[in-house]
Design a protein around this ligand. Structure first.
Ligand code: PLP
Length: 387
């Protein structure tokens, strides 16, 4: 099969694999133990934290390891809101967008159910939120703005740096960014960001490890209660192999960023320029610089069939793609595309291609051939033959 679902997960980078295997076998002691072997494990974890902090230009104690981006997003949002509510006794207000990943969106929905005020801001046809709308939607009780860097379904790039500038003089409002899909593609300074989420398995690292940058000025309530690990913010025995491999994955991802983007841009331009010429294909991803080149989302609206059928036709040709994020693939129409297009047909017939630096031009050409075959297949059959 040819895999084009790199936003759902990436293969382990070979160097990360070596690190993971070696540390899983060799560094098995608990880093919180007070004996020498525990001390050694802790040293390695702290070295990894230090390396990451240098690469991300934050302080080492601002790096908190978690089980992945879902946990980091929940910790950032629930943590800030709960700490503020407890401190002030007032109802907090959160500003976010309609196109966030489900780990932010559903977390905010839960807050609404608990009586917190949340504004889900709309986006334009390119999937981008407007900075002035954010400014206009602020309230005296706004405690958090949560906006993702790069959208996992369409690749749309949000104006993170501008939002950061807007919030620079508002120390009472914390700014959280889900950086999962932007990291290693779009450069980003986290200077004006208070909370920043990353996931290991999206950048050539293993599953079950992620991090949340929590700037020193942020007051945050933990989600879990237990030991003193991660300054008590995230108790539980440290995932030592995960942490060490995550540090290596971050290092390699940043080191290779320019070359990766060069390859991705070439692949993107080849695929995008062909897809726009196919009748009844509607592009849901804008062109760079509004959108990141590793994600191309389109809908095929011929015959009004759904994503699942289109994906099935492509699968028969050995092509692996998805429609929405893996976390919400059971939903019919994509919530993200509904927010962008307000069109049920487009939102339920989408395909997300996500690319990687390991994809060859030949693979991309085979992908395009397969999509053309899919279109011809749909055209020559009646709707009931396809279902
Ligand atoms: N945020 C975004 C933008 C994502 O694409 C994903 C993965 O689908 C997540 C968060 C969740 O990541 P994890 O699998 O590490 O929980």
């Amino acid at each position: 099969s040819l895999y084009f679902d790199f936003c759902a997960s990436t293969p382990l980078h070979p160097e990360v694999y070596d690190e993971l295997m070696h540390s899983t076998k060799q560094i098995f002691a608990n880093p919180s133990s007070v004996h020498d072997m525990g001390f050694e494990a802790n040293l390695r974890v702290e070295e990894a934290r230090e390396r990451i902090s240098v690469l991300l230009q934050v302080m080492p104690n601002e790096v908190i390891f978690t089980s992945g981006a879902t946990e980091s997003n929940n910790l950032a949002i629930l943590g800030v809101v709960r700490a503020w509510a407890k401190k002030t006794g007032q109802i907090p207000h959160v500003l976010t967008t309609q196109v966030e990943h489900s780990s932010v969106y559903n977390c905010c929905k839960q807050l609404v159910a608990e009586g917190v005020e949340v504004t889900f801001l709309p986006v334009d046809r390119n999937g981008v939120v407007s900075v002035s709308t954010i400014e206009e939607s602020m309230q005296p009780n706004t405690v958090l703005v949560s906006v993702m860097h790069v959208n996992n379904e369409t690749g749309a790039i949000q104006p993170i740096q501008e939002i950061g500038k807007l919030l620079r003089n508002k120390p009472d409002i914390h700014f959280h960014v889900d950086g999962v899909q932007g990291f290693g593609k779009q450069s980003l300074l986290i200077e004006d960001i208070d909370l920043y989420t990353l996931s290991g398995h999206k950048i050539g690292g293993p599953k079950g490890i992620g991090l949340l940058i929590i700037k020193e000025t942020v007051e945050l309530a933990p989600l879990l209660y237990g030991g003193e690990q991660e300054r008590g913010i995230r108790p539980g025995t440290t995932n030592v192999p995960g942490v060490l491999s995550m540090a290596t994955a971050i290092e390699l991802t940043l080191k290779n960023r320019e070359e990766t983007m060069r390859v991705l841009t070439t692949l993107h331009d080849l695929v995008y320029s062909k897809l726009v010429t196919i009748p009844e294909i509607i592009m849901n991803s804008a062109l760079p610089p509004l959108s990141s080149p590793h994600i191309i989302n389109f809908s095929y609206i011929g015959k009004g069939i759904t994503s699942a059928i289109l994906i099935g036709i492509l699968a028969k040709q050995g092509i692996v793609v998805s429609s929405q994020s893996a976390c919400s693939s059971k939903a019919k129409a994509s919530r993200v595309l509904m927010a962008i297009t307000n069109d049920e047909m487009i939102s339920s017939s989408s395909i997300r291609l996500s690319l990687h630096e390991s994809v060859s031009l030949k693979d991309a050409e085979y992908l395009l051939d397969s999509i053309e075959k899919m279109v011809n297949h749909v055209k020559t059959k009646n709707k009931f033959e396809l279902l």
